[in-house]
Design a protein around this ligand. Structure first.
Ligand code: 25A
Ligand code: L14
Length: 339
């Protein structure tokens, strides 16, 4: 019989943690024992895994004895504190927060792009899962980069509220209901009304005028693609969508490539699904990407304003490929090759 692993999900009752549990079951990850961890607020809750109701336990320093793989998604401060504790107990941490992503000795991995980096989990026992908007973009950029090189990327995002977690999903639903029934709304999670609105503001503003979400896209793209010379300019926008981030991406390539050539490249690319048939009104849409594993790309066309430019529309389920699925894919490679 093949080997089974003791797995812990930290933040199991959250939007991403819940999806991690589902994906472990769906993909038949070889789990011996599944430990569900969250804060005291979740005590008394159960989550179903393979037909069994598993009680949620309160995260503590002793949670990781005998655990081999820890999937973390409970926020940056939880990871800062508990990922090193887990690692010192011999648990390999796959961390969904931004806590460790830019640390040079911690691998930042998208399996379709840089799976070989997983080997460096040995440095600190931690592998970082990139930002959701970055993951879906680099999955599409990589084949283009390998074929013709990339000089510059200009991206604007249209991000779903599920990226912020459960409270934000509830906030969009409540505001929508209230506004349609002439009720009052009181923004809590976001600084302004999100229903029927777009907010050019994700994560906090930095001194350079960009948000931290925008700078994650800049810095993480360079690290994952292993090319500090790729210029990236990002504007990240929250839109009233529950699941699925959309992105308008403009790429300036080193060598000329046509739209047809890009389409042909992406049709063969792992994890990518080309949906590009404007004559039939077919292009990627968040409502169809939700619940799916692929990164969808369409509206592929040449940029008429420069010599070597391509425009695309890229959509993926931010909670799956953007977070939980990517983490489980990393875990799959980890056990196949290293554990
Ligand atoms: O701002 P931060 O700290 O960086 O956190 C960012 C948030 O983004 C989500 C996740 O939200 C996180 O809290 N997230 C993290 N990584 C992500 C990624 N890659 C990501 N989102 C997208 N992509 P979430 O609400 O979906 O999930 C939070 C989970 O973490 C557990 N948790 C929180 N603090 C913890 C902790 N676990 C251990 N120790 C801690 N200190 C959290 O469990 C959940 O599993 P919980 O028990 O705290 O919450 C269970 C339910 O309670 C509600 N709730 C949340 N906060 C409060 C609350 N109720 C009352 N008061 C609150 N303050 C939630 O609805 C939740 O369902
Ligand atoms: O850095 O609120 O992975 O949509 C990505 C989603 C931070 C929060 C990250 C959101 C998160 C963000």
């Amino acid at each position: 019989m093949s080997k089974l692993y003791n797995v812990a999900v930290v933040g199991a009752t959250g939007a991403v943690g819940n999806e991690m549990v589902k994906i472990l079951e769906e993909r038949e990850f070889p789990v011996r024992n599944l430990k569900l961890l969250a804060s005291e607020r979740s005590l008394g809750k159960y989550i179903e895994f393979k037909g069994e109701n598993i009680p949620v336990e309160v995260l503590s320093e002793n949670s990781f004895k005998g655990v081999e793989i820890g999937l973390f998604s409970a926020g940056g401060s939880v990871s800062q504190k508990y990922a090193p504790i887990a690692a010192s107990d011999g648990c390999v941490v796959i961390d969904n927060t931004s806590a460790f992503r830019m640390e040079p000795d911690i691998p930042l991995v998208v399996p379709e792009v840089n799976p070989e980096e997983i080997a460096h989990y040995k440095n600190r026992g931690i592998i970082a899962n990139p930002n959701c908007s970055t993951i879906q973009m680099v999955v599409v950029l990589k084949p283009i980069y390998d074929a013709v090189g990339i000089v510059r990327v200009v991206v604007s995002t249209y991000q779903a509220v599920s990226g912020t977690g459960k409270k934000a999903i509830e906030e969009l639903a409540e505001q929508t209901r209230a506004l349609l029934t002439f009720g009052e709304i009181k923004p809590k999670v976001y600084p302004h009304q999100i229903a029927f609105n777009c907010l050019p503001h994700i994560d906090v503003f930095l001194e350079n005028g960009y948000t931290r979400e925008e700078m994650k896209m800049v810095n993480e793209t360079k690290k994952i693609m292993k090319d500090p010379n790729i210029a990236v300019s990002a504007t990240t926008v929250r839109v009233p969508v529950f699941y699925g981030h959309s992105e308008s991406v403009n790429v300036e390539t080193k060598k000329k490539i046509t739209a047809a050539e890009v389409r042909a490249l992406l049709e063969k690319a792992p994890g990518v699904c080309v949906v590009d048939n404007p004559a039939q009104n077919e292009y990627p849409l968040a409502i169809y990407a939700a619940g799916r594993d692929e990164t969808f790309v369409g509206r592929i066309r040449e940029d008429l304003s420069i010599e070597r430019g391509i425009n695309m529309w890229i959509v993926a389920d931010n909670v799956r490929k953007g977070a939980a699925l990517n983490a489980v894919q990393i875990a799959e490679i980890l056990i196949q090759k290293y554990l």
